[in-house]
Design a protein around this ligand. Structure first.
Ligand code: F6R
Length: 361
């Protein structure tokens, strides 16, 4: 059932090109977006997005997308805070709940709080028969297929893909996209599964670095813009399966505290495609190196040529359109966690203290 792989997690990481291709094929038809008919964003004034764990990080990425391409304000919260805070829901707000299992107790409770208050409840779910799917006004399936590994991998990239399609639909409905721009986004999306395939080829390099990372007590992950949530996701994944303490920070927050941790024993993983904010991230990286921090820079060839010098280790990613970078950079985040856990000999598919579906709060 593991299809020749040692772990479900490895199988699920490897399945991503195929499941993403399927999700994109279903979400795009005849060169236009193909989302549920009642998903019309023209009168929506605000999104409130709620989830837990990895699904929450997918929401944080989506916030950058919705705000940038659709000009739609987005509030994001973890379900356990949202549900007891009981925030006011303004008119024409859509409430979006993202959950692989569709059964997470806090997310479901947050959804129920929004029933009758939000203009529409959207569930972005993997399990189509789940409570969250059933109780949503619009259930948007992510179609990742069954995910067995406790650490979420393909569900995360499929959540991101579904949310990217939603953000493009919102931009279209709100008159923010020309036909040519939409066509370009769709072409870029269609090329994504191929890029993910290429990114998977970094596995041997990652496995070498992971043997060294496995010696660390603490690891920092840095990212900026839509790569900031990927830094948090990379840290979460690593904690979950290798039990190494890791934290994800927005690169610009480094000097507001975490830089005090930097010494020659703390590896710092920097997720930084050569995008518009690259220079800013590089200067944060240099601050780490000036304090003898060990930087692992994960970037594309252009980024590494510009800033790879002096880094402890580098990993070369395919170059990718900015919009899709957070989806592609999920791959190194997953592989780093996986191979570090392998190096430590932990139980990758069934990490201690964790359950696949958290149905109690
Ligand atoms: C991380 C992980 C958890 C889940 C979280 C939400 O790898 O698996 O953080 O993402 O428990 O679960 P769902 O998406 O089922 O609501």
């Amino acid at each position: 059932e593991k299809g020749g792989f040692k772990h479900f997690m490895a199988k699920e990481i490897a399945e991503q090109p195929v499941v993403l291709a399927e999700a994109i094929q279903r979400g795009v038809a005849n060169g236009t977006l193909n989302l549920p008919e009642d998903m019309d964003f023209s009168k929506v004034e605000r999104l409130t997005m709620v989830a837990c764990g990895t699904a929450y990080y997918a929401c944080v990425v989506a916030k950058y997308w919705f705000e940038k391409v659709a000009g739609l304000p987005v509030e994001v919260d973890v379900a356990s805070e949202f549900r007891y805070r009981e925030p006011p829901i303004t008119p024409n707000t859509w409430a979006v709940f993202v959950s692989q299992s569709g059964e997470t107790a806090d997310t479901l409770a947050a959804l129920r709080f929004c029933q009758g208050k939000a203009a529409k409840i959207v569930g972005v779910v993997n399990v189509p028969t789940s409570s969250i799917a059933r109780e949503s006004d619009i259930a948007l399936p992510i179609r990742a297929g069954v995910e067995v590994g406790v650490a979420s991998t393909k569900a995360f990239t499929c959540q991101l893909t579904a949310l990217a399609l939603m953000a493009l639909k919102a931009a279209q409905d709100r008159g923010r996209l020309t036909a040519a721009e939409l066509a370009q986004y769709i072409a870029d999306l269609s090329a994504l599964p191929g890029l993910v395939n290429q990114a998977l080829l970094i596995a041997p390099e990652v496995s070498r670095v992971a043997k060294e990372l496995a010696e660390a007590q603490d690891i920092l992950f840095l990212g900026r813009g839509p790569l900031f949530p990927l830094a948090m996701e990379g840290a979460l994944k690593l904690k979950e399966i290798s039990y190494i303490h890791a934290e994800g920070y927005a690169s610009g927050e480094l000097k507001h505290g975490p830089i005090a941790l930097i010494d020659a024993h703390v590896p710092v993983v920097v997720l930084a495609p050569r995008d518009a904010l690259f220079e800013k991230t590089v200067s944060n990286m240099q601050e780490v190196m000036a304090r003898h921090g060990k930087v692992l820079l994960i970037s594309d060839a252009a980024g590494l040529e510009e800033a790879g010098m002096g880094c402890w280790r580098t990993i070369t990613m395919p170059s990718v359109p900015d919009f899709l970078a957070p989806i592609l950079y999920a791959v190194p985040a997953q592989l780093l966690a996986y191979h570090t856990a392998i190096a430590k000999g932990t139980d990758v598919d069934q990490p201690r203290n964790l359950a696949k579906s958290v149905t109690v709060e």
